[in-house]
Design a protein around this ligand. Structure first.
Ligand SMILES: [Zn+2]
Length: 96
């Protein structure tokens, strides 16, 4: 395993996250805006690639394009023509 693996969601390095966990002040997965307000947070950091099922059901990627988005960090990165949904989706987005 490479030491420079980064969280697919917040882009923190795994080494930095582990170091803060040892100090009992873990880095939470999320992003803050210019004013320091949380824009989003996730329950845990994520280091493995998305599966087909997560991309199709979670992000709304068309099955033939899942290979392009193994490490996508947000539904906004998915091109309209690759999405089965009309609007940008999130992993916890509504499902039919
Ligand atoms: Zn993270």
């Amino acid at each position: 395993m490479a030491d420079d693996m980064r969280c697919l969601q917040c882009n923190e390095s795994q080494a930095a996250i582990r170091a803060t966990q040892r100090l009992r002040e873990p880095l939470h997965c999320g992003a803050v805006d210019y004013f320091g307000e949380a824009e989003w947070t996730a329950e845990r950091h994520r280091f493995r690639d998305w599966t087909d099922r997560e991309l199709i059901d979670g992000f709304g990627v068309k099955p033939e394009f899942v290979g392009l988005y193994r490490r996508v960090m947000s539904g906004y990165e998915i091109a309209d023509e690759h999405s089965a949904r009309p609007a940008p989706a999130t992993p916890e987005g509504e499902q039919k």
